[in-house]
Design a protein around this ligand. Structure first.
Ligand SMILES: Nc1ncnc2c1ncn2[C@@H]1O[C@H](COP(=O)(O)OP(=O)(O)OP(=O)(O)O)[C@@H](O)[C@H]1O
Length: 266
């Protein structure tokens, strides 16, 4: 079986790990999110797909607590957290992000200090979470880089000197260094060469299978979503128009917009 082929969906139907409800967000006169709700179950990969401007990245930024909605609530099923994470202040959000939420952006400049060493970028995440011992920081950074299949001899090179694929692996190492409860991926392979894209997806898939990391993957690329996701949410104009098991949505799309997306891809 090719490494990129999917296993049977992992239908874990326990309590959702992540639950967002009734999210709305308006920028000027653009309604980026319009009453969006989403649930993510432990160990699954939720794919969010939709055309440019449909609200995917806005939703992911909310999941990462980078922004607050005009309305809506956000719950993570982890100990000692409030019922609505949007009530947390800036500092509390930062700590929660550092310890429990990992993110990989399409644009590495958003996730990395491009002129600092790659190992330092990963170590910084560990520092924010309280680790101060230099040897431990370095060792843990190396372990995370290895898990991301980053070439270790280059771990002290700054991302600015690395290829796009390697930069994404540094972001990934930083994101998983503390074994987050959820890993958010915003178009993690968009802009990479197709062959590099396949290798990075392979790494994500392996990590997912070995560690059962709960993931939310945003992509406009149906191929990427199909490769990775157990469940899919289709967004359009800031709303969720369809959601379901990935195989179901791809084989038998119900909404006209999803049909259009799927058929355009075939
Ligand atoms: N900070 C912002 N200020 C103003 N408008 C914004 C902001 N963020 C998003 N928008 C607008 O909200 C809408 C949704 O944007 P969003 O980036 O979430 O969509 P997307 O589906 O991720 O698109 P893309 O695939 O192009 O990134 C767009 O019309 C966008 O222009």
């Amino acid at each position: 079986m090719s490494a990129l082929m999917k296993e049977a969906p992992r239908l874990v139907r326990t309590q959702p790990l992540m639950e967002l409800s009734g999210l709305s967000k308006t920028y000027g006169n653009v309604r980026a999110l319009d009453d969006v709700s989403a649930r993510v179950y432990p160990g699954e990969v939720l794919g969010i797909v939709g055309e440019s401007g449909s609200g995917k990245s806005t939703l992911l930024r909310m999941m990462n607590l980078e922004e607050s909605p005009d309305a809506g609530r956000y719950r993570l099923d982890l100990p000692e957290l409030p019922e609505d994470l949007f009530t947390l202040d800036r500092f509390e959000r930062r700590m929660l992000r550092a310890r429990r939420i990992g993110i990989v952006y399409q644009n590495p400049h958003l996730g990395l200090l491009m002129k600092h060493s790659s190992s330092g970028n990963v170590a910084e995440r560990l520092l924010v979470a309280g680790e101060r011992r230099f040897a431990v920081l370095r060792e843990k950074a190396q372990v995370a880089l290895e898990a991301s299949e980053f070439p270790i001899p280059r771990m002290d090179a700054p991302p600015i000197e690395l290829s796009g694929g390697m930069q994404q692996r540094v972001q990934l190492a930083k994101a998983i260094a503390l074994e987050p409860a959820v890993l958010l991926l915003d178009e993690p392979t968009t802009g990479l060469d197709v062959s590099v894209q396949a290798l990075v997806l392979d790494t994500l898939k392996r990590l997912q299978q070995e560690r059962r990391i709960t993931m939310v993957l945003v992509s406009h690329d149906l191929g990427v979503i199909r490769t990775m996701a157990d469940r899919v949410m289709v967004m359009r104009h800031g709303r969720v128009v369809e959601e379901g098991l990935a195989d179901q949505v791809f084989q038998d799309p119900q909404h006209a917009y999803t049909q259009q997306l799927v058929h355009a891809k075939l």
